[in-house]
Design a binder for this molecule. Structure first.
Ligand code: SAH
Ligand code: SF4
Ligand code: F3S
Length: 445
């Protein structure tokens, strides 16, 4: 079967929305398609098959995919096929066929193992192919065909799904139940990456520290340490951690294993116990701050970052003030803050979305402004330090190199060396200036 305009049907275009899990799933989907004989193209116009790997975390993210589908509707007349993958696919299921009848494939992340089978159906001309899972899957999507987009830094998914059911969140419904890979399979992938020249590995999971080795061999902290001890691996990160499952042995592992990065992203969502309770987060402000205390007491200077939601139903001015005071108490190096967005299927959808949009915007702006002040102070500690940076590229406009520190901070630096350091290499940078979101310095020999 071939699409019109002489475009071979086995060409595909893939656009990814959402979190790192989606970015990495796309690398695995691309690898699978390439293995099935497909060719990836950079322009939708050149593709026989157009795929969107979608995100549903907030309403805006979900609407993006429907806008995209509407934009490209005219391309359907040229015989192109459309597929919706990821979290919106799992959430909306067959309803997508009604809203966008030219879509032929709707598949959630728990069905990607069956992609070759679904592609065969597509090639046979089937019109409505689905890969949906209602929290039944025990399997994970492991493939040797991952097409990683960066040759130095790569992801490994160690746990998929979520069993926490926080009141506001779609993830347990879009990604299925929690299931971990065996530590042996994770270690084999880390070793393979090291052999291929990767030096930086990021372990992924919606709640990465809820990892439970099905073979019972390694705890999350032990797995983290073991990946950090693979010869050739210089940096190991993990994202994203749930505070309830954040145990002290994780901090001890960071202290003990130099390759583990000195950065912990620990989303708190709110500083108010009333709101945390309504969110069904199952920890208190005090318990969260105890865990921050472990991190602050470490031998290494571990950077802490978090996520916050403002305007959750019933959040009072006083509750909101507690979120701000928590940011100050914890001294975060970054806060990713979002306005609460009511989501289908979630428990909170039954609560009145009581905070007006204007008020949510106002709280978001205040929180971000206060955090900017906090960061301006916390970043000062780096002045005069010499930090290792992994080179990521050049900023031609500024005539500077751009790198990343172990703490996950952007480092903009100049180099007087005759030969400029290569992308992916590690260099030492003397920090001479700090800005609210980056460090500035000079490379030293
Ligand atoms: N597993 C992580 C969160 C993953 S979702 C955790 O438990 O912390 C990424 C972030 O999106 C969340 O930390 C939260 O801040 C935000 N988020 C999730 N659902 C949201 C919603 N309905 N409205 C606004 N922000 C939301
Ligand atoms: Fe969503 Fe909560 Fe699961 Fe995080 S732990 S993915 S916020 S349900
Ligand atoms: Fe979005 Fe799904 Fe990730 S909802 S944030 S792509 S898990």
């Amino acid at each position: 079967m071939s699409a019109s305009d002489n475009i071979p049907a086995k060409t595909f275009y893939l656009e990814t929305f959402g979190c790192q899990m989606n970015v990495h799933d796309s690398e695995k989907v691309i690898g699978t398609l390439l293995h099935e004989g497909y060719i990836q193209v950079e322009e939708v116009e050149q593709a026989g098959l157009i795929l969107y790997n979608t995100c549903s975390i907030r309403d805006k993210a979900e609407q993006k995919v429907f806008h995209r589908l509407a934009d490209y509707k005219k391309l359907q007349k040229q015989g192109k096929r459309f597929g919706v993958l990821g979290c919106v696919a799992q959430q909306e299921g067959e309803k997508i066929f009604e809203r966008a009848p030219y879509v032929s494939l709707v598949a959630g992340s728990a069905s990607y193992r069956n992609l070759p089978h679904m592609l065969a159906k597509l090639e046979a001309g089937e019109q409505r192919i689905t890969g949906l899972d209602d929290r039944n899957t025990d399997e994970t999507f492991d493939t040797e065909f991952t097409a990683r987009s960066n040759p130095y830094r790569g992801y490994i998914t160690i746990i998929e799904g979520c069993d926490k059911f926080c009141a506001y969140c779609v993830v347990p419904y879009t990604r299925g139940k929690e299931r971990s890979r065996t530590s042996d399979s994770v270690m084999a992938e880390a070793q393979r990456m090291a052999d291929e020249g990767y030096t930086d590995i990021q372990l992924l999971g919606q709640n990465v520290n809820s990892y439970r080795d099905p073979s019972g061999k390694k705890s999350f902290a032990a797995l983290l340490a073991a990946v950090g001890e693979v010869a050739g691996i210089r940096r190991v990160r993990f994202t994203t951690s749930h505070p309830r499952d954040f145990t002290k042995d994780i901090v001890d592992a960071i202290d003990a294993v130099p390759a583990l990065c000195d950065h912990v992203h620990l989303p708190v969502q709110s500083g108010s116990n009333n709101v945390l309770k309504a969110m069904l987060r199952e920890y208190t402000r005090e318990e969260y701050l105890t865990k921050v205390g472990w991190v602050k007491a470490a031998k290494r200077d571990i950077s802490m970052t978090t996520d916050m939601i403002v305007g959750f139903p019933g959040e009072s001015e006083a509750d909101f003030e507690e979120s701000i005071s928590l940011c100050r108490e914890a001294g975060f190096d970054a806060v990713f803050a979002f306005k609460y967005s009511p989501r289908p299927n979630t428990p909170a959808i039954n609560l009145a979305d009581s905070i007006e949009e204007d008020e949510k915007s106002k709280r978001l702006a205040i929180l971000m402004d206060r955090q900017r002040q906090i960061q301006a102070e916390t970043y000062q500690r780096h002045l005069g330090q010499t930090l290792a940076a992994m080179v990521e590229g050049r900023n031609e406009a500024r005539g500077q190199l751009v790198g990343r520190s172990s703490q996950n901070k952007t480092v903009n630096f100049s180099s007087r060396a005759l030969i400029q350091p290569a992308t992916g290499s590690y260099v030492n940078v003397l920090i001479t200036k700090v800005t609210p979101n980056s460090l500035v310095g000079e490379m030293i020999a």
